[in-house]
Design a protein. Structure first.
Length: 617
């Protein structure tokens, strides 16, 4: 159910705007809608910078999660943020210096570990020394003129040193560029020291990672302060009065009226315009269907204020789709075991609601897998009860056709409900009702065409043509505005699109079948490894088989989960929603709410009020 909203304006004295805003925030019912965003202020920029710093700190510490309890971390959140920044900068510096040293080591490695002081001493004795890297021909030419010492040869290149008591002709020698005043042993020492320093820094960051809950609370506190500051600066002003507007759920309007009477505010409230895109959406899912709420929140979708709540229908069909896509009773049983363990481990109501959703989906999977006879990719002996007594299912291909029939039947049921739902939303319009009835006729025509093309090939019944004629006539008479060329040209594409929507539901069969084949293939790969000619080979083969089974079924479970998100969710939020007329273009109701932690200091509030008053002048 989408809760009705009231467009509301609260007026108070400009001198009392801070107290009014604090009381309004504690009430926590007004979704603020500022008419214009106030210009950036130093206070808001400071909060934004602090929030960005906390987010960067959390992103850094996330790499080191799993540290000891938070009690071992001392200091305020601001001090922790500063310390993490310093440690992370030191870690990055170590990595940069290590990289530079390793590049030097790579350049020196072919020459071996020599002491630069020895080379310097030779040069001080009057002998010219040059390090060269060239071809064998260049080595031969240098040897003919100078004394040379070959260090090594690699990939057609010669590393050699040239000695001469007289000056060298650098233009004729292939001089090599080497790091100065260092050696391999010195570089290795420095690299090890940096590695030790980096490890120490990472240990410190692992310890600091335990403070992430404290940092998240600090971020929420800063976010509250930023929102307070923004609203305070964004309040309108008319003389000695200040005002702020927004939206309040109709059931909470009495709370706001009581607060207005208590604090001496003026209040104006009227029903929000259903076509106003600024109106937020507050969806209250009935208790019976509330288990689908975690999925809706995970997807981050919200119906518009002028749309409708279809969560109950999504729950019903997504449960069926989940069972068909995963399609294995063994997997469903595994999900139930995981859900049972999680239920005893977690007490958070939000997590338990997600666990309940998993239980519902798992039961559907067990039922579907049990009816189709699939347990961890193994078909149970005998025909499952679901298929007994149906003679034309003795052939595997015909069995697949039966599943396809179920898919298309789900499609027509799902999309027909969508069109009927769309019609019910405007029962007072005969034109609208006739249009939706016309599209239902088109959908049923598409359904029978799909059956005859893919499931039960044969002659198309004559009544299918009558469905198309009746549907097209109703749409053309009641649904098309003939003065709108766009609607005229859209009609044939809409018919094609509705046929494609019906066909889309075959993905339930295809994805479920692919999962069954993958599970069966991994079972086949592992099955031949259990029995070998010797005991040792049997042990090795069995170990490898277990690894294949665990890895293979793990991959299959991951693919099944992705299939549910990609295909099962799509059929609800795209195909079905299109026929309901649901665009998911809303934004959720988020009331302005502050706590004692997020309360603005009096000095900051006074600054905000003075800034707003100065700006208005």
């Amino acid at each position: 159910m989408i809760v009705p909203m009231m467009k509301t304006t609260i007026v108070c004295l400009n001198s009392d705007r801070q107290n009014a805003l604090e009381n309004l925030g504690r009430l926590g019912v007004l979704h603020v809608k500022l008419e214009t965003m106030p210009a950036a202020s130093a206070q808001r920029q400071q909060f934004e910078q602090q929030i960005a710093a906390v987010e960067k700190t959390c992103a850094t510490l996330l790499q080191f999660a799993g540290a000891p309890a938070a009690g071992g971390v001392c200091g305020s959140p601001a001090e922790i943020v500063k310390k993490v920044a310093e440690q992370d900068e030191l870690r990055a510096d170590c990595a940069v210096r290590q990289d530079a040293l390793l590049r030097q080591r790579k350049a020196l490695e072919p020459w071996g570990d020599f002491d630069p002081a020895t080379v310097a001493a030779i040069r001080q004795g009057g002998v010219k020394v040059a390090f060269c890297l060239g071809t064998p021909a260049q080595l031969e030419a240098a040897t003919a003129e100078y004394t040379t010492q070959v260090i090594c040869e690699d990939k057609g290149k010669c590393y050699f040193v040239v000695f001469s008591p007289t000056s060298l002709d650098d233009g004729k020698l292939p001089l090599a560029i080497l790091p100065e005043n260092t050696s391999l042993s010195q570089i290795d020492r420095e690299v090890n020291e940096l590695a030790s320093q980096k490890a120490s820094v990472e240990d410190e960051l692992r310890t600091l990672a335990a403070a992430m809950p404290k940092l998240r609370e600090y971020r929420a506190e800063l976010q509250e302060k930023l929102e307070f500051q923004t609203n305070c600066e964004g309040m309108g002003q008319a003389g000695e009065l200040a005002y702020i507007s927004g939206f309040v759920p109709q059931p909470d309007l009495k709370k706001l009226k009581d607060a207005a009477a208590r604090y001496g505010w003026a209040l104006q409230a009227e029903a929000a315009d259903r076509d106003d895109h600024a109106v937020p959406t507050l969806v209250v899912i009935p208790k019976l269907f509330r288990v689908i709420e975690p999925m809706i929140k995970f997807l981050g979708i919200s119906p518009g204020y002028n749309e409708t709540d279809v969560s109950g229908c999504i729950l019903f069909f997504l449960t069926i789709f989940f069972g068909m896509i995963v399609g294995d009773a063994g997997y469903g049983t595994l999900f139930l075991v995981v859900a049972a363990i999680a239920w005893f481990k977690f007490t958070d109501p939000k997590i338990r609601l997600a666990i309940k959703m998993l239980v519902v989906f798992s039961i559907a999977t067990v039922i579907w897998g049990g009816l189709s006879g699939a347990w961890f990719g193994i078909e149970v002996p005998g025909r499952p009860r679901f298929f007994k007594g149906i003679e034309w299912l003795t052939d595997e291909h015909v069995k697949d056709a039966h599943i396809q029939l179920i898919c298309f039947t789900l499609a027509i049921a799902h999309l027909t409900i969508g069109r009927l739902w769309r019609a019910v939303l405007r029962l007072n319009s005969v034109r609208w009702l006739m249009t939706q009835l016309g599209w239902i006729c088109i959908l049923w025509g598409n359904y029978f065409i799909a059956l005859k093309l893919l499931v039960m090939p044969g002659t198309i019944p004559p009544f299918v043509m009558y469905l198309y004629i009746a549907g097209a006539a109703l749409i053309m008479v009641f649904g098309i505005h003939w003065h709108e060329l766009g609607e005229i040209f859209e009609f044939p594409f809409g018919v094609i699109g509705s046929f494609v929507d019906i066909l889309s539901y075959i993905r339930l069969f295809a994805v479920g079948m692919s999962g069954a084949y993958i599970a069966s293939s991994f079972n086949g790969m592992a099955g031949g490894l259990f029995h070998q000619s010797s005991l040792l080979m049997t042990i090795l083969g069995s170990t490898l088989a277990v690894i294949i089974l665990l890895g293979g079924h793990g991959v299959n479970l991951a693919l099944a989960g992705m299939g549910v998100l990609v295909h099962g969710v799509r059929l609800n939020v795209l195909e079905f929603s299109n026929h309901v007329g649901l665009g998911w273009g809303g934004h959720p109701y988020q009331p302005f709410r502050i706590t004692d932690k997020g309360q603005m200091p009096a000095s900051a509030g006074a600054i905000a009020a003075n800034e707003a008053q100065h700006n208005s002048k």
